[in-house]
Design a binder for this molecule. Structure first.
Ligand code: FAD
Length: 293
């Protein structure tokens, strides 16, 4: 009989975003009730630079997830348009709500809106929060297909290492469709001395709008197998959704089998997506092979 290899149980977590309509507000409550039953490791709540009212969006929704649903919550905080004083205020509010997990981000730079200047890169925010509130657990974003502002992957990973050294305890990737891109990135991170867990971001592509955005953005490599799905089912919404979900499930089975730290599922506020993945892959995350830890 082969020796038992000690492996760490992979985690499954979800990303949601604060809706910006009344209808969306009502829907997200139903979505979250359904997600709650899945007992995720945590739910992360995004924060848009375009909305600019973090109290009414990210903080309010994070509070609901953390304190009404009692699910550990990670609040996203893009800081490029915030002053140090504003960041202190956000941290104080989260602290009072008992939310101590943060995804520290630079955030996207908007056309025609110059940055405030206090936080040029996410690593500066990580340093700042570690100084101001050392009890916060800070995560950072990373890009298996290289961040678009970066001249190359070597530079990108060098700066990622600086972000980790500043105090990031966990990394979450941008979504990708080719797992080999992730494995290659993970290996390069390890060679660069980055030893924090890296959660793989998986986004099921389940409708034509998502597919078209993907095709026009050019940021994500599209494997032949995935392109064939888009070509064939572009005008059949039900088949496109089913094939998109099956594709994401396949990615997850492969990633978990390869022993990655965890999956962060971009739900796009669709609880059906999370329910499908959970129902189909639950046993992989709760397998008895991890029980002896
Ligand atoms: P950084 O880590 O600061 O990196 C940005 C660029 O600067 C990279 O090219 C990096 O290589 C380079 N760089 C870093 N340090 C230096 C340095 N010292 N000198 C020179 N170059 C440097 N955006 C939102 O607005 N809201 C969200 O809620 C949100 N959630 C996200 C969640 C995840 C998991 C991911 C992957 C992204 C998310 N984003 C979000 C998008 C993100 O804000 C953008 O990708 C943004 O352009 C970069 O943010 P960052 O924190 O990764 O930046």
């Amino acid at each position: 009989m082969s020796e038992t290899i000690q492996q760490k149980r992979p985690t499954l977590s979800y990303e949601i975003f604060p809706p910006n309509t009344q209808v969306g507000d009502e829907k997200i409550i139903t979505v979250l009730d359904e997600l709650k039953s899945l007992k995720p490791e945590f739910i992360s709540v995004t924060c848009s630079n375009k909305q600019r009212n973090i109290e009414e969006t990210t903080i309010k929704l994070s509070n609901y997830v953390q304190n009404t649903l009692h699910i550990p919550t990670k609040a996203h905080l893009p800081a490029i348009y915030l002053s140090k004083e504003q960041v202190r205020s956000v941290i104080d509010q989260l602290d009072q709500l008992g939310i101590h997990k943060l995804l520290a981000l630079r955030g996207d730079i908007l056309e025609d809106l110059p940055p405030v200047g206090d936080f040029k890169y996410a690593s500066e925010l990580v340093h700042f929060v570690k100084d101001y509130a050392p009890h916060f657990q800070i995560s950072g974003a990373c890009y298996p297909e290289v961040h678009p502002d970066s001249p190359n992957q070597l530079q990108d990973i060098k700066f990622l290492k600086e972000k980790v050294d500043a105090g990031c305890e966990l990394l979450v990737t941008q979504f990708f469709l080719d797992n080999n891109v992730f494995y290659d990135f993970q290996e390069k991170c390890a060679l660069a001395g980055i030893d924090t867990p890296i959660l793989a971001g998986v986004m099921p592509i389940i409708n034509r709008n998502q597919a078209l955005r993907l095709l026009t953005s050019n940021a994500t490599a599209i494997p032949r197998k995935f392109k064939a799905i888009l070509d064939k089912y572009e005008h059949d919404p039900v088949a496109l959704r089913d094939a998109g979900l099956a594709y994401a499930l396949n990615q997850i089975v492969d990633l978990v089998t390869e022993g990655i730290s965890g999956i962060h599922l971009y739900t796009m506020n669709q609880s059906n997506t999370a329910l499908y993945i959970e129902n189909a892959a639950r046993s992989l995350f709760s397998s008895p092979i991890y029980e002896s830890q």
